[in-house]
Design a protein around this ligand. Structure first.
Ligand SMILES: [Zn+2]
Ligand SMILES: [Zn+2]
Length: 286
């Protein structure tokens, strides 16, 4: 594994530049980019079937966007309009149909057989971060419906005055980030943390632990060269890590897709004694 001290991380001059504390990417475009990236990363990948399945779920989310509108306000740890979320889950299952990969089929059948109250309890548990209370096999689909609704609600909700607070969790919904993104374009070189629930992204300066804020003992770990698109930013102070996905290095990269396709890096970093400080919606904690 390639390991570099934080001195290797360039520090762009952010002091004189205007920046937006919170970004909310257009959902249709985001889902389209994510699905395309998942399909591209699936080529030759050990877990190609699962990456393509995640692409299909993402495409179903995109298709259902018009139905996800007009839901209630978003609050940290609370589901906006729980009943609507379950209706969206039904529609998601309809869209995914029955032509699904063999390993997924029994879980999908189990989810279809669940009573509405049980689905609601599962989605509620996920919304509150109680991942062990929702069956792991069906959690990503429950999450996909929940996320579709929360992401839509977040775009209709007033943006909190988070200023430059650089929080460790999403200012909109309180969820831990899936990964950091180094952006290009008008936010060139800036780091934003991406929320796997409401799909908002919030600014945090680079070369600082996204979990505890310390800059004292950071390493950037990857399997490839120092120029790898995906690296794990590990912190010797809190022993946490989260991946950094660089759009400067690959303009097609996307937080959820690139993180999901590099779970082998998680195993290696966990093997070094670090604990992941966020999660992927398609690989939820058990
Ligand atoms: Zn959020
Ligand atoms: Zn830390």
């Amino acid at each position: 594994m390639n390991q570099q001290p934080n001195l290797a991380e360039p520090l762009p001059d952010q002091s004189s530049r205007h920046f937006t504390p919170l970004l909310q990417p257009d959902l249709a475009g985001l889902y389209r980019r994510r699905a395309a990236r998942l399909r591209a990363l699936a080529e030759g990948h050990d877990h190609a079937d699962y990456l393509r399945w995640a692409a299909r779920v993402t495409e179903a989310q995109a298709t259902l966007l018009p139905e996800a509108g007009a839901c209630g306000a978003l609050a940290a740890g609370a589901m906006p309009d729980a009943g609507h979320c379950i209706a969206l889950l039904d529609r998601l299952l309809e869209h995914l149909g029955h032509d699904v990969p063999a390993p997924v089929a029994p879980h999908l059948a189990a989810l279809r057989g669940l009573a509405a109250a049980e689905r609601l309890a599962g989605a509620q548990a996920l919304a509150e971060g109680r991942f062990d209370a929702a069956p792991a096999a069906i959690a990503p689909l429950l999450w996909a419906a929940l996320s579709l609704q929360c992401a839509t609600a977040a775009r209709a909700a007033p943006v909190p005055a988070c200023g430059s607070a650089e929080l460790p969790a999403c200012p909109m919904c309180g969820t831990a980030p899936v990964a950091s993104l180094i952006l290009t374009g008008e936010h060139h070189g800036m780091r934003y943390l991406h929320c796997p629930l409401c799909e908002s992204a919030w600014h945090m300066v680079r070369a600082k632990c996204s979990n505890c804020g310390s800059a004292a003992d950071l390493d950037y770990l990857s399997f490839e060269t120092a120029e790898a698109t995906v690296r794990a930013e590990s912190c010797g102070v809190c022993r946490g890590y989260l991946k950094v996905v660089s759009l400067e290095r690959d303009p097609h990269a996307e937080a959820v897709a690139d993180d999901l396709a590099t779970l082998a890096l998680d195993d290696a970093v966990a093997g070094e004694g670090f604990q992941r400080t966020g999660f992927n919606p398609f690989a939820l904690p058990g």
